[in-house]
Design a protein around this ligand. Structure first.
Ligand code: PNS
Length: 187
């Protein structure tokens, strides 16, 4: 029987999908879709990390993701700082969803899941595998390929491609100022 609250209503299962999302990719979308097939609601939680130098500001990332999921009431977008488990507890989520693309992801994800469990044993981490076609996809590679003139249309939502074009300008990649490229690479 599904869990119920004190009034006897079925409890809504909420999962948090945390990350940097700089920018969100179709691989993330794939995992969110899988999350929605298991949980009632998925909150995409963007980490606010002042030490990182992202390409897109937190506000831009929130905006991009809101636009991507416009009309999908079961997906929420939020930001957080501090410990992820504290955030999950605060919003009433008992599950953290993470995508596992390849074995190379495993070690870091395993460490993080066990540390999070130690910090708060009430929060469970669930790993989901994206479609094979996204197993090589990362936000970092999308930025690099776009900057160097490669096509990313099949790898990101249309709004991300548009925003990348706005960021880097419509000029051919060779004309992108070196200083701007270095800044983007650090993100
Ligand atoms: O998309 P990313 O960069 O792989 O996401 C990493 C993220 C945001 C999930 C991770 O850095 C995180 O949870 N940071 C919050 C701080 C925290 O809780 N640290 C302890 C985790 S072991």
């Amino acid at each position: 029987m599904p869990p119920r609250n004190r009034e006897g209503h079925r409890k809504c299962s909420l999962a948090v999908f945390p990350g940097s999302f700089d920018p969100i990719t179709n691989g993330h979308l794939d995992i969110i879709g899988r999350g929605l097939s298991v949980f009632d609601q998925v909150t995409i939680a963007i980490l606010v990390n002042p030490e990182k130098h992202p390409l897109f500001t937190v506000e831009e990332r929130v905006d991009i993701i809101r636009e991507t999921f416009r009309g999908e009431g079961r997906v929420k977008v939020d930001t957080f700082s501090g410990l992820l488990v504290d955030y999950a507890e605060r919003v009433g989520a008992s599950v953290i969803v993470r995508g596992l693309r390849a074995i190379s992801d495993f070690e870091f994800e395993f460490q993080m899941a066990l540390m999070n469990r130690r910090l708060n044993p009430r929060i469970e981490t669930v790993f989901m595998m994206p479609a094979e076609s996204y197993s090589y996809l990362s936000s970092r590679l999308v930025k690099e390929v776009f900057q160097l003139g490669g096509k990313v249309g099949d790898l990101v939502p249309a709004i991300v491609e548009r925003r990348l074009r706005e960021k880097y300008g419509a000029a051919p990649p060779a004309a992108v100022p070196l200083r701007r490229r270095a800044r983007a690479r650090r993100a």
